[in-house]
Design a protein around this ligand. Structure first.
Ligand code: COI
Length: 356
């Protein structure tokens, strides 16, 4: 691949003064990474340039037909000042899985990781240091062809932007209330549910909006065919502890293959816990809740980390979980995962990658 050209900003912005108020994805750093794809030339002209608006033709295909994919990852500042990424190779591999489904030419995965590292190095002073804060990394690719015909693009842009963040949900590590969505569906097998593409999130907005209006943080999607089996929550994968066993929906084409999900499974198994990936019925969970066997539930995601679920509502059935408090497994998983990510405990899995 070509060398990444770097053009530094002449107008650096003020960094956030109060790191306790970062929220999620509201502030962006001084630089961004860009690389073009043009048919016949492939991916070319990788560059780090001052962060700013991108000029697009109003007929750019991404604006009309949603040919777009993205990733979410984070850079963590350790107490001794190092910068860590968490399994960045997995993000770039998944980006290519999404690319394939959306007819976007693959990127060189190792080069994608290099681009992330270079950009993080340039903007490293933006990595926040307050507890539970990090630098969110958003790689994304979209079509730029000025054309209203529906066909795979011949011209695309790969961008990476950075945002200093705190907790995704205002609840932080306090349990969230989740509404089991019975009417709208997010994805079906054969569709795009396993990819990280904007369209999946667009499909989720209406249900999320309605759930929020009645006091729920997010929705839990059911399968799009029978509406019997749980799939994932708006911005995270989902786990349940039922009678001592950890259950999580199997990846069957409509669910995102979360990197945090994959890591949770590996950590839980390393503790000797029974973890089963299979279809999980909502009726089965309601029955377990009634029998006092739905012991814990939590979501997992890069943005959300581990988010305990304190209540599930399915139609008129309200299921409180662990008295609305974080359970011991969720807490231990949170401590272990974040311990590895922020370099506070030894990384026995070899998941972290230092940026230097
Ligand atoms: C992430 O967890 O990084 C995500 O991409 C979820 C998001 C839509 C905020």
């Amino acid at each position: 691949m070509e060398k990444i050209r770097v053009e530094l900003t002449k107008h650096p912005k003020a960094k956030p003064a109060d790191q306790s108020k970062l929220g999620f994805g509201q502030i962006f750093t001084d630089h961004m990474f860009l690389m073009n794809y043009d048919e016949g030339q492939g991916w070319h002209d990788p560059r780090i340039v001052p962060y700013g608006p991108i000029e697009l033709d109003p007929s750019a295909m991404c604006l009309h037909y949603g040919q777009e994919v993205f990733e979410g990852m984070k850079a963590y500042r350790t107490d001794d000042g190092r910068i860590l990424l968490f399994r960045p190779d997995k993000n770039m591999a998944r980006l290519n899985v999404s690319n394939d489904r959306l007819c976007i030419p693959p990127i060189d995965e190792a080069f994608g990781v290099e681009a992330v590292k270079e950009l993080v190095k340039v903007d490293q002073d933006w990595i926040p240091t307050a507890k539970d804060t990090s630098l969110y990394i958003r790689p994304f690719i979209f079509s730029t062809d000025a054309h209203l015909g529906v066909h795979p693009a011949k011209h695309l842009l790969f961008c990476i932007i950075l945002s200093p963040v705190g907790a995704y949900y205002p609840e932080g590590l306090n349990p969230v209330k989740i509404y089991v969505e019975n009417e709208y569906v997010r994805a079906v097998k054969g569709g795009m549910g396993f990819t990280k593409t904007g369209g999946n999130y667009a499909a989720s907005l209406k249900a999320q909006d309605e759930a929020e209006k009645i006091g729920y943080t997010q929705v839990l999607w059911l399968d799009g065919v029978e509406r019997k089996y749980v799939e994932e929550v708006g911005t995270m994968n989902v786990f349940f502890k039922v009678d001592g066993e950890i259950l999580t929906p199997a990846l069957q084409g409509s669910i995102l293959s979360g990197i945090t999900r994959m890591s949770c499974i590996e950590i839980l198994k390393s503790w000797g816990m029974k973890v089963t990936e299979r279809r999980v019925g909502i009726q089965e969970l309601a029955d377990a809740a009634k029998a006092g066997k739905l012991e814990e539930a939590f979501g997992s995601g890069t943005a959300a980390v581990i988010s305990p679920i304190g209540e599930l509502r399915w139609k008129d059935d309200i299921m409180p979980i662990n008295n609305g408090e974080i359970g011991p497994v969720s807490q231990k998983l949170y401590d272990t995962l974040t311990g590895i990510q922020w370099g506070r405990i030894p990384d026995e899995f070899g998941w972290t990658v230092e940026v230097k």
